[in-house]
Design a protein around this ligand. Sequence first.
Ligand SMILES: Cc1cc2nc3c(=O)[nH]c(=O)nc-3n(C[C@H](O)[C@H](O)[C@H](O)COP(=O)(O)OP(=O)(O)OC[C@H]3O[C@@H](n4cnc5c(N)ncnc54)[C@H](O)[C@@H]3O)c2cc1C
Length: 466
Amino acid sequence: MNLFIFSNDLRTQDNKALYEASLDQDGLVALFIIDKEKNKDHGDSLAKLKLKLLGLEKIKDSLISLNISLKILYSEKISDEPRDILNFCRSNGIKKIFLNSEYPFNEKQRNKNLEEICLQHHISYREFNSQLIDPDNIKNNSGLPFKVFTPYSKKMRSLITPDILSETPAPIKQKNRILYQDEIPQFQDAYDQELNFSFDDFPLTESSAIQKLDDFIDSSIQNYKELRDIPSLSATSNLSSSFAIGLISSKQAINHVLGSLPDENGTGQFTWITEIIWREFYKYITYHFSHVSKGKCFNPKYDHILWREDEESFINWCEGKTGIPIIDAAMRQLNERKWMHNRLRMITAMFLSKNLLVDWRKGERYFMENLIDGDFCSNNGGWQWSASTGVDASPYFRIFNPITQSEKFDPDGKFIKNFVPELVECPSNEIHNPSKEIRSSLNYPEMIVDLKSSRLRAIDAFKSIK
Ligand SMILES: Cc1cc2nc3c(=O)[nH]c(=O)nc-3n(C[C@H](O)[C@H](O)[C@H](O)COP(=O)(O)OP(=O)(O)OC[C@H]3O[C@@H](n4cnc5c(N)ncnc54)[C@H](O)[C@@H]3O)c2cc1C
């Protein structure tokens, strides 16, 4: 009997490990691990955990039709997982394990330990690359990992051949009937928590994720380059939660785009594929530079920044009560919708790490605890980019002014008014930074920080690091 272990790959199509596990026709079990302690340590949001469980409920039917059993394994913590998996294998006559790679340190370590334990107990262990291209196979001319996005992206594009893009076939239907099948637990039973949230905007199955992608390609991708920064529009794909739990793969996404449109520089589809490559890049960085998974700055020099302890401002930021309309609207979008527009992620992250000079790791954690698409590599990469501590990061002296950003990307304040009801009656010419009088009449707070002096304070803090 073979075992496939789910990572962030909740799909049957283009799933290398699942396909390989199905080839023997020896009987196949797919294992989903519920590890509350790990989820707590990693700050996984309830929205993402519930999305995964709902997705699992849906994929179960596809697995049944392939005669693949689905089992749930409960582990206490990630360091226990290898032993728990071993025990599962022993009790179920499993001889071979198949899984797709994950790149954050804890997951890499778990898989390394699992491989060792398998070796000791004569169980075959096979791990498959889950990136477009194996991170070990993209290096610069000196044979070292890239640290700058543009040359990485150029190299990646030069390597994306039809061969690389060929998708793994669907798993082979198993000859033997399923012997056992676990019920998917209710969310509250699995995670001891409840969450009332509508998942209508987020696909639960691989086919609905592909459908959403195709709709985006038909309707919006050609305008993506021009409109992607406007948060009041639905001009981006909103597929990040599907990528995060693996309902679709990068390969599938690129194939669907290239099936309709050419990858020509300057087009919307070219820009969108570049975003998929950013996603690959942050996984690549996490793989090659494991210190980023250990709470360290990519650039070790910035481990010495003296961040401010300012819990009150941090809480105001979390709650969307900073007195800066675009920041408040963005944080409330996150809190209500469990998703935030990319431009706003950059603006809010930069505001916290620069104007408030609060440690970016606090913001990283808050995002992870709330985002439905929380992905360690992209989140860490995005935060370190904004905080200027990361790989190919924004230079520390180039600090977004949130008011200017608001004027540029939400000119009529439509997005702000959607999420900050106090400001619905605010005159348009004051929406980005209402006067004292308007603030007091609308019961909207003063700014919690002076933008000019806090900008200089941040530059000084970075400059002082030799
Ligand atoms: C501070 C910060 C934190 C972030 N945290 C996350 C996170 O936890 N999970 C996450 O998936 N993305 C994260 N991002 C990246 C980006 O904001 C989201 O992927 C994007 O907003 C999702 O919306 P979409 O699906 O409509 O994207 P689209 O614009 O349609 O892009 C398509 C896909 O490309 C990928 N992508 C797009 N932009 C980026 C990017 N800058 N970096 C990496 N991948 C990208 C995503 O998978 C996305 O679904 C973060 C960015 C910042 C600045």
